[in-house]
Ligand binder design. Structure first.
Ligand code: SF4
Ligand code: SF4
Length: 358
């Protein structure tokens, strides 16, 4: 495949799991990666296992096809993800892996082990130099940088902050370390909600900067010492740590694109991106609720260009009723900001050629 080319296998409007499995197998059969994984390279397969109650995440049976394909090309695949900043089933490696197991991502079902990319609590990271317009370096989950190659399987949805959550978001937010996520998300430091704080002192113990002290019988953050790493948010079991997710959508999208560049910049010709345009919902799979698709299923895309595949995603979703997935979900947000910025930093190209597989 050459950059800018996007393979496409159509699905029926309410596709079955069997049809999706057949479609991804057909797409993978048509991918040409010369000398792919010829030295038993370790291939990270980035997935999203869906939060509790979510049932529209990409099924293990679909991921299994990618695992098989990687093995057939000589690679050693492992499933991977990072911890979330928010409370939920995926806030650290232990609950994340148990949750992944409960959602069917077992070795027996998928054929590859699950290795957290950012360690036990999301702080295993590496600083990667990039020629960004905002950052000169970004913090990426360590095992992603360690892996030889990457296959990112993304489920396009709307998103309450970035408008569109697809390949660029799956890379930039999904594979940044906790601190990397914080840099994208929050322009301010966390605060302690004193009415919820029980002074259990766990955050005081965990804060790497000794930025949390006891004051008036509650935990208190000294802003000058805080680096915004998010550890206190992760360890507090009482929802007493709060962030201002106040960075505007455009800023967040640009920061996301620059982190995506950090994920792939040292993997030239070693990345493949797959977008599964099925069960597309207003919000992403991080929300712990059942959601209904807001547009009919379209198909499965594959490309070596993360910008081209997201542009194709917007364009194909626009064909249904004239409104793309991002704008249909959040009309006031402009999801093209991430694509324009990604193109400006040479993450990929918005100009692409769609090659449909019959
Ligand atoms: S971990 Fe939460 S409840 Fe415990 S002291 Fe810190 S803010 Fe308070
Ligand atoms: S964000 Fe990190 S540095 Fe800041 S108070 Fe919380 S644990 Fe400490």
């Amino acid at each position: 495949m050459t950059p800018g080319k996007v393979l496409f296998k159509a699905l029926t409007k309410q596709s079955t799991l069997k049809e999706r499995v057949a479609a991804i197998a057909a797409v993978l059969q048509n991918i040409e990666l010369p000398n792919a994984y010829s030295k038993h390279e370790k291939v990270a397969v980035k997935i999203h296992v869906g939060e509790k109650k979510n049932n529209t995440f990409i099924a293990p049976e679909i991921v299994r096809q990618a695992v098989r394909w990687i093995k057939s090309k000589g690679g050693q695949p492992f499933l991977t993800e990072t911890s979330t900043l928010y409370k939920g089933e995926r806030s650290h490696a232990i609950n994340h892996l148990i949750h992944a197991f409960n959602h069917g991502f077992t070795y027996g079902k998928v054929g590859a082990p699950f290795i957290m990319a950012d360690g036990l609590v999301g702080n295993s990271e590496i600083e990667v130099a990039i020629p960004g317009l905002i950052y000169k370096s970004v913090l990426i989950a360590r095992e992603i940088e360690t892996a030889d190659a990457l296959v990112a399987i993304s489920h396009p949805t709307g998103h309450m902050v970035s408008g569109l959550g697809a390949c660029i978001k799956n890379l930039g937010m999904g594979l940044a370390s906790r601190m990397g996520k914080m840099r994208q998300h929050s322009s301010v430091k966390p605060i302690i909600k004193s009415d919820l704080c029980t002074l259990c002192r766990l955050c005081i113990k965990w804060c790497p900067e000794d930025a949390i002290i006891e004051r008036d019988g509650k935990a208190f953050i000294i802003k000058e010492n805080c680096t915004g790493c998010g550890e206190c948010l992760a360890v507090c079991g009482f929802d007493a740590v709060a962030y201002n997710w106040g960075v505007g959508s455009a800023d967040l999208q640009k920061r996301m694109a620059e982190h995506a560049l950090g994920v792939i910049i040292n993997k030239k010709n070693k990345c493949l991106f797959i977008n599964v345009l099925a069960d597309m919902t207003e919000d992403c799979d991080c929300l712990a609720k059942l959601q209904k698709p807001i547009i009919p299923d379209i198909g499965i895309l594959a490309s070596v260009d993360p910008v081209a595949i997201d542009q194709a995603t917007l364009d194909l979703t626009r064909k249904n009723d004239g409104v793309d997935l991002g704008r249909k979900s959040y009309p006031t947000l402009d999801p093209t900001v991430q694509l324009e910025h990604a193109e400006n930093i040479n993450l990929g190209s918005r100009v692409y050629e769609l090659q449909e597989i019959s």
